[in-house]
Design a protein around this ligand. Structure first.
Ligand code: UDP
Ligand code: LCN
Length: 794
């Protein structure tokens, strides 16, 4: 693809030279896309007004970053999603030429360190992945399993035609304890299997449709079949017919339907070490938010779905799901000091807590930040392996990691057990902080990104499949780089240069969006389901007397409410919202503001960033005199009260605002919309995809607070004149969530993916052994060394 800037460089070299000279005169070393555009606009205004809307502008708009020094200017252009083009402009010969990522990265390293060859370790995973099939269309990104199915079903049919048995050995590996499933070892090849299936189907045809597996078991066993085909005659027949069809003429939709019906998953281990993982009193504590909600809802949904499948398969096996987290001896009023806790709403799922131990074996007693966990993870993983085997009496069928630390632990555990590994990032820190990789050394003491980004690379490359909540999480949007995409190539000067870190066209990526617990987050108009006691309690929270855990008293309780709730992290920008509100006269006259987050007294917080936000919040209250218009609840609300709070906001025709500078997904957005509250949410991250702007909610730009506040004020004004407008947005929000974001769909999809990846992995040598060997080196030589440098906790 030829870029417009390259065409200009050929056809109107003076224009391009002028532009680069303009950039040089600004004497700026590192440029972001927005700086480049500002520079371009200035250049046009002064020298070439005709260029302002030219194709050249397009190239500049697509520029991600640039670096300048001496006689060279490097430019990184992202012409479309997941594609990078590196350009070098030389002030000596005025030539603009393409170059490799590695040259651009080395140039930046020299700028930062002031030294040539400061970064000797170059990491390139591409050569190891040469044989792994990759997609090539951007619209296929995130639909990996569909691609694999299409790609491999012809292989399946060839294999069957030439007698190379693919399905049979796969079906014969499945067992649970002493129980083998589906096909007994007596059947030796596909020819025998076809014949046995034909006999079995003939036999079943003659049976009464009310019969169950137990009634036909002895006859089917004689033909070579074991349990797992189905509970009823109808189920057994369907599964056998699907297999017979596949053996005759394989096609991927049949394959998916068949794999979905066979018993493969009984036990799952889910890793989530950091934060306070509990079921009460934890949400809103530092490092403790959506991930906990997500996993608990995920476990309930998965247990329900596995149970349903096992029942339909005719197997009396109880699935077990274990959430493995950290045991914190000094756990305050949470249950994080208890080694085992049953998951509410499940039959057999448990939270298993394993303490962090130091090298001398002693236990770390206090909470530590998610940025400090790295030295403890290897021992934690070993201890977790043991805890898993103690609980299950066997290895799990699937290991799911969550966030960078959980994914690293999942990598270690899945490698050890030799089972399928699934990665869920929730949020990758790399894109949250500007220049987090380039200036990693300046941030190392606080964030230890050298460990985190290395761990991320290891986990995302080792995993069999990656679940993301949205497309943008993988590959961003036209103008924003995706979270995974940002690991494609980058440098951490002095430490490592990553040439190919991850390929977003890899079929391991699959979008499976979470939902909101529909027993808690249901529409405000479902009157009968609402608890009067919760309604009263919420009313008291909103309008009751002030207490030590709240600030502000809403004087006029007839106004609609603007509501926001989040952990009080800087990136969540709750203080930003208060600031926008404080400055916006019309908004202040129209609506009150309710904030749920953090604590009111900074001395009650153990987290530095939270303390800073608490102080800032108080300053804003004082500066804008907000005490009669803003109510800040600095306390944790339990789930059912949270659900009711959203509904009470809807009762008064209020709105929910999610003002974060970046939000990886945004469960609160889904919760608010499911409850029927019109939602205004950041355009950076998941909400951009969850909400269709002006249809099921609104996008706001957190960097343009005045515009965001004006949008809200306009909305309230329109609702005054058009009485149906609030209803329209509210109803569309509910519809959007019902159609796209439910836990039932999530669980079905995740299990389907596990079965299909299991099959393709088994039958197509997708084990990625070469990659895994390389990752082991990265783990032992790089990660462990960096982790050991972190100051041990007393
Ligand atoms: N939450 C809560 N009380 C709080 C703050 C948050 O119950 O004080 C819940 C909220 O309802 C949501 C989750 O915590 O379910 C936050 O998830 P989200 O994805 O919005 O953000 P995260 O905290 O994961 O970044
Ligand atoms: C972490 C986040 O930051 C949120 O955006 C997500 O909604 C949450 O995890 C659950 O995946």
């Amino acid at each position: 693809m030829q870029l417009a800037i390259e065409t200009y460089a050929r056809q109107q070299p003076d224009v391009v030279t002028g532009l680069f000279e303009w950039y040089r005169d600004c004497a700026k070393m590192l440029w972001l896309g927005s700086d480049l555009l500002d520079g371009f606009v200035n250049y046009c205004q002064h020298a070439h007004p005709e260029l302002i809307d030219s194709p050249l502008r397009e190239s500049i708009i697509k520029s991600q970053e640039a670096a300048f020094s001496g006689n060279q200017f490097y430019l990184l252009i992202r012409p479309r999603v997941a594609e990078q083009i590196y350009l070098r402009y030389s002030y000596d010969d005025h030539r603009l030429t393409r170059c490799e990522a590695s040259e651009f990265l080395s140039f930046k390293e020299k700028l930062i360190t002031g030294r040539e060859h400061s970064t000797n370790l170059e990491i390139d995973l591409a050569p190891f992945e040469r044989d792994v099939p990759k997609m090539n269309q951007t619209r296929s990104i995130g639909s990996g399993v569909e691609f694999l199915n299409r790609r491999f079903s012809s292989r399946l049919s060839n294999a069957l035609r030439y007698g190379d048995d693919l399905l049979l050995p796969f079906l014969q590996v499945h067992a649970y304890g002493d129980q083998t499933f589906l096909i007994s070892p007596a059947i030796k090849n596909s020819t025998e299997l076809r014949a046995a299936l034909a006999d079995a189907l003939e036999y079943i045809k003659a049976q009464d449709s009310d019969l169950l597996w137990g009634d036909v078991e002895s006859s089917l066993r004689l033909l070579g079949f074991e349990p797992g085909w189905g509970r009823t005659i109808k189920d057994i027949r369907t599964t056998m017919e699907l297999l017979a069809d596949l053996l005759e003429a394989p096609d991927y939709s049949n394959l998916e339907r068949f794999l979905d019906r066979i018993p493969m998953i009984f036990n799952i281990a889910i890793l989530s070490p950091h934060g306070y993982f509990g079921q009460k009193n934890v949400l809103g504590l530092p490092d403790t938010g959506g991930q906990v909600v997500y996993i608990l809802d995920q476990v309930r949904a998965l247990e329900r779905e596995i149970k349903k499948r096992l029942y339909e398969q005719g197997l009396a096996i109880s699935p077990r799901i274990l959430i493995i987290t950290r045991l914190i001896p000094e756990a305050g009023d949470t249950t994080c000091d208890q080694p085992i806790e049953p998951v509410e709403g499940t039959d057999h799922s448990l939270i298993i807590r394993v303490p962090f131990r130091r090298l001398d074996g002693s236990i770390v007693t206090e909470w530590i930040s998610r940025f400090e966990v790295w030295p403890y993870l290897e021992q934690f993983s070993r201890d977790s392996e043991q805890a898993i085997v103690e609980q299950l009496g066997r290895r799990p069928d699937l290991v799911i990691g969550n966030y960078s630390d959980g994914n690293l632990a999942a990598y270690l555990i899945a490698q050890k057990f030799g089972v399928t590994q699934c990665t869920i990032a929730h949020a990758l820190e790399k894109t949250k902080y500007l220049y987090s990789a380039l200036y990693w050394q300046d941030m190392e003491e606080q964030y230890h990104f050298s460990c985190q980004f290395t761990a991320d690379l290891i986990a995302m490359n080792s995993s069999d499949f990656i679940i993301t909540s949205t497309y943008q999480e993988i590959a961003g949007s036209d103008d924003v780089v995706g979270q995974y995409e940002s690991y494609g190539s980058f440098t951490m000067p002095g430490l490592q240069r990553i040439i190919h870190g991850i390929d977003v066209f890899d079929p391991k990526f699959n979008i499976v969006s979470p939902g909101a617990d529909d027993s808690i987050y249901f529409p405000y108009h479902a009157g009968k389901r609402r608890s009067e006691q919760d309604v009263r309690e919420v009313h008291n929270l909103l309008y009751g007397e002030q207490s030590s855990n709240c600030r502000g008293f809403l004087q006029d309780n007839n106004r609609p409410l603007i509501f926001s709730m989040a952990r009080l992290d800087k990136i969540k920008n709750l203080t930003g919202l208060v600031h926008w509100y404080g400055c916006h006269e019309t908004l202040r006259k129209t609506a009150n503001l309710v904030i749920v987050g953090g604590v009111i007294d900074p001395t009650h917080s153990h987290d530095g960033e939270e303390q800073e936000q608490i102080r800032h919040m108080h300053e804003l209250f004082d500066q804008y005199q907000l005490d009669t218009q803003v109510r800040w609840l600095g306390r944790r609300l339990d789930k059912s009260l949270c659900g009711e709070l959203y509904r009470c906001i809807a009762d008064q025709q209020g709105i929910f605002v999610q003002p974060a500078f970046f939000e990886a997904f945004g469960l609160t957005v889904v919760e608010a919309m499911a409850s029927g509250v019109p939602t205004f949410a950041t355009r950076y991250g998941g909400p951009l995809e969850i909400i269709e702007d002006k249809v099921s909610g609104f996008h706001i730009d957190p960097n343009r607070g005045d515009e965001a506040a004006a949008r809200m004020a306009d909305f309230f004004e329109r609702c005054e004149t058009d009485k149906k407008y609030w209803q329209y947005i509210s109803a569309n929000g509910i519809k959007r969530i019902e159609a796209r974001y439910t836990w039932r769909r999530y669980a079905q999809r995740l299990l389907t993916l596990t079965c299909i990846y299991g099959f393709w992995r088994f039958s197509n040598d997708l084990e990625r052994q070469e990659t895994n060997r390389y990752l082991q080196m990265l783990y032992h030589l790089q990660f462990k060394h960096r982790a050991a440098l972190i100051e041990p906790i007393r």
